[in-house]
Unconditional design. Structure first.
Length: 269
């Protein structure tokens, strides 16, 4: 058993939504550094092209930016068609990372538009993109080297978060269950579907919270730190490699033990 081959992702074709920033960039960088070809997808073309150029120059893989507003079904269809033209032999990995939240509000004041936006992008479009890219995933799927879908959930979809973010928390809990449903129905096609549930990581979505509550949040994590890019990349590389080929339908917390901590914190501290 060769350790290097067991975790290898060299020459795999990967699609990462929201792959140009935050947790998506951490994942993309991990695949690029290990020789994969990665398509990063978001609606911000300027940022995508800049990141793609920087990551490709870093090596040893290749990064390509594709512009798509994932809230627009027709744009997702065009994305699917473009990927079919660019990768007629298929793709190995789909990482559904793009997501949105709506800050905080009281239950009484939480807007209806927030639910529509957050549930639409965080949940419905995870299904939509997986559905439309299934033909490409199937082309690369093999018995002990399956294709894989990695959905980025959250520990807020497992526990009740302290901050009042009902649409975000509900959407991530739903992503975790959708992951299991897809895993049960796609395993026979040699496609694994798993979810990663991050705790606190440095990202645009977490920026304000970490700035105001950093020390309190750290106290609630047994390992006394937030996650690093390597922590996030490593679990995705594992799931996408031969090492993770028999893992299907799992929800993997990457949170330094926050879910099992006895400590509690208040957003008012």
């Amino acid at each position: 058993m060769n350790l290097e081959q067991l975790f290898a992702v060299k020459d795999k074709v990967v699609v990462v939504t929201g792959g140009g920033s935050g947790i998506g960039l951490m994942i993309t960088t991990g695949f690029i550094k290990n020789g994969a070809k990665v398509y990063i997808v978001s609606r911000k073309a300027k940022i995508l092209n800049k990141v793609a150029t920087e990551l490709t120059s870093m090596g040893s893989g290749e990064c390509i930016g594709l512009t798509c507003d994932l809230q627009d079904y027709e744009q997702i269809q065009r994305l699917s068609e473009e990927l079919q033209l660019r990768e007629p032999n298929g793709i190995n990995v789909l990482v559904n990372n793009s997501g949105a939240t709506w800050g905080t509000a009281t239950i009484e004041e939480y807007p209806d538009t927030a639910f529509n936006k957050v549930l639409g992008l965080n949940l419905q479009r995870v299904f939509t993109l997986t559905q439309l890219l299934l033909p490409l995933l199937e082309k690369k799927a093999k018995d002990i080297k399956p294709s894989c879908v990695i959905n980025i959930g959250s520990i807020d979809g497992i526990m009740v978060p302290t901050l009042v973010t009902p649409a975000y928390a509900a959407s991530k809990a739903a992503v975790h269950h959708l992951t299991k449903v897809l895993a049960a129905n796609l395993g026979n096609k040699n496609i694994t579907v798993n979810a990663v549930a991050p705790g606190p990581f440095q990202s645009h979505m977490m920026k304000a919270t970490l700035e105001s509550l950093h020390d309190v949040i750290i106290t609630n994590i047994p390992m006394r730190r937030i996650g690093t890019p390597e922590d996030m990349a490593a679990v995705c590389l594992y799931l996408a490699s031969r090492a993770g080929a028999y893992v299907n339908g799992a929800i993997i917390p990457v949170d330094g033990g926050a879910l099992v901590s006895n400590q509690q914190y208040s957003p008012n501290l």
